[in-house]
Design a protein around this ligand. Sequence first.
Ligand code: GLY
Length: 378
Amino acid sequence: MLNDVIISQDLRHDVEEAIRRQPHDRLFVLTDTTTLKLCWPLVSALPCLGTAEMITIGDTDENKTLDSLSHVWSSLQKGGATRHSLMLNLGGGMVTDLGGFAASTFKRGLAYINIPTTLLSQVDASVGGKTGINFGGLKNEIGVFSSPASVIISSEFLCSLDMENILSGYAEMLKHGLISDAESWAELLCFDPTLIEHSTLTFDHLATPEASSERHNAQHSMVNGQWQHIGALVAKSVAIKQRIVEEDPTEKGLRKALNLGHTAGHALESLALEQGRPVLHGYAVAWGLICELYLSVVKCGFPKDKFRQTVQFIRQQYGDPNIDCKQYEHLYEFMTHDKKNEGGIINFTLLADIGDIRINQQANKEEIFEMLDFLREG
Ligand code: GLY
């Protein structure tokens, strides 16, 4: 279950190389409507992609459905895909998850390459072989573990992201620091992701021929500034995730560490969605980290100074989740449906210290309500 993860300094060269290393009869490229406009132009001129068959699905998580999957399977079928074909998934987590699942199941599996285009998908979704779709109102309900042939991570794509999407990915990086080591954690808290000067390039800019030189200039200032720093942080973050996935690819034990912040985070994300005020996944994870570090202090003796520093950083960058105590029962209910629970017991990953992971920890309803009080009131 090993991913060949390439932290790319030269996107086009690395895409060519990854495709060359994967002999194939036909090549398919999956994008969503946004990445088709915004990201495909960065690689489309490569000769090796000249004959690629394009498949496009709607953007956003609402399209991570059986219908979109069926569209991808039909396109593969119509395009004459065989087990020796290759699929390139160019997009955020929705595209890499759905594309990976489509490729892994079509004719029992063809090879695929992930090119994640959001920070969130670069540091999390595209690495580790989890593929799938949403089903029956539940996120990632149907899927398989199946590794991409390669994952190509390039900061070239990040200049098109807004600050909220940078912060969303950064929350997963912070989680990786917390479950890994004090040095990585401290480095992440010292960096202010909002200082990243993101490019003002828009879809329209990127879709025109002038875009390439404009993007080239933007790239230069990017490489010289905060982007270089974030590139290094991304590489470290991906290495932490890879180390864990290599040890426990199918989440029997250690990989559960990657769920830190996610039991409470998924409940907050589901509640916000249900109330028609959706929040980005990473924001919910950041608030979930506050919750689960609170439980870590109470139940596992996580050091209070590190707890305070982390909570301060999260509150400063991500604001408040906007919940009140009337919603606690509902949030608790969401947590009881978390797919990582066993035997109906809500299952948390907690920490006794930075990098000192305690999986399969339980908390009772009273403790969970106290945790939500802390999140709400500090
Ligand atoms: N996103 C958590 C994992 O890959 O296990």
